[in-house]
Design a protein around this ligand. Structure first.
Ligand code: SAM
Length: 242
């Protein structure tokens, strides 16, 4: 997969050299390049922002550098990438979207700062490539960089060959619409708290049932919205009894 990121703070992306993402880059599974938006400015101050039309506080990112950046990274003669623009006004980023993005061959992230990017950049880009404004959650960050780090990490771990044990992907929270059950390791007793007996029983059928029930209970307590959205055919009669 090819990933391009455009930001006025390329230094934010240093952690993408670490751990499993660093290894995916070294192995050639992920071709990631971070670009400084100011490369596409032409004035002495390398200006990327200006005051908002209509008034109001803050500054808005000007369209010219963004237009030139997108022209360079998504040239008309090449297959278009999918453009993702972090925004608190975007559609929510979910594990389902991470899977959708993991199936793309080229992602292009445009990191906004200040009050965001002039909307015409997105309108024009949409005439040449799919564009999605994506929100990390119902809160406001300083800029899109942290949101892009999150999205790149969520997508990269879904790429074939990145996780040591791909089985984890099938058993974790959000894989099948539920949260994962609590997890434990050794020792069996710690500060008066014991690992549930069932997990030490060696009875794989009972362990699977316990995990399912705990996942359901956690989801009902913490995320009733997920439970309500679960298609009926994802539940069986034993779930309903639980
Ligand atoms: N004026 C914008 C609004 O009210 O919707 C907020 C701009 S925010 C201060 C600056 C940048 O941070 C945004 O352009 C976006 O790139 C990023 N950002 C902030 N909150 C975000 C969120 N919840 N999800 C994704 N990106 C976010």
């Amino acid at each position: 997969m090819r990933v391009d990121v455009v930001s006025i703070f390329p230094e934010y992306f240093a952690p993408l050299d670490l751990s499993l993402i660093g290894r995916a880059r070294a192995n050639g599974v992920l071709h990631l390049a971070v670009h400084d938006l100011r490369t596409w400015t032409h004035d002495v101050h390398r200006t990327v922002d200006d005051t908002p039309y209509g008034g109001g506080p803050g500054m808005v990112m000007r369209p010219e550098p963004w237009g030139a950046a997108l022209d360079a990274l998504a040239p008309a003669e090449a297959p278009p990438p999918r453009l993702l623009v972090p925004s608190p006004a975007g559609v929510p980023f979910t594990q389902a979207m991470a899977h959708e993005l993991a199936a793309e061959s080229h992602l292009l992230f445009a990191c906004g700062r200040y009050e965001g990017i002039d909307q015409r950049v997105l309108e024009h880009a949409a005439t040449r490539m799919p564009v999605t404004e994506v929100s990390l959650g119902d809160y406001v960050l300083f800029g899109g960089e942290v949101a892009v780090l999150v999205m790149v990490e969520a997508v990269t771990r879904l790429l074939p060959g990145v996780l040591g044990n791909a089985g984890s992907l099938d058993e974790e929270s959000h894989a099948h619409g539920l949260l994962e059950a609590p997890i434990y390791t050794k020792p069996p007793s710690w500060r008066g708290h014991d690992v549930p007996e069932v997990l030490r029983s060696g009875d794989h059928g009972r362990i699977a049932r316990w995990r399912r029930e705990e996942g359901l209970l956690r989801t009902a307590a913490r995320r009733p919205d997920l439970l309500a959205a679960l298609p009926a055919d994802r539940l069986d009669i034993r779930d309903i009894a639980a």
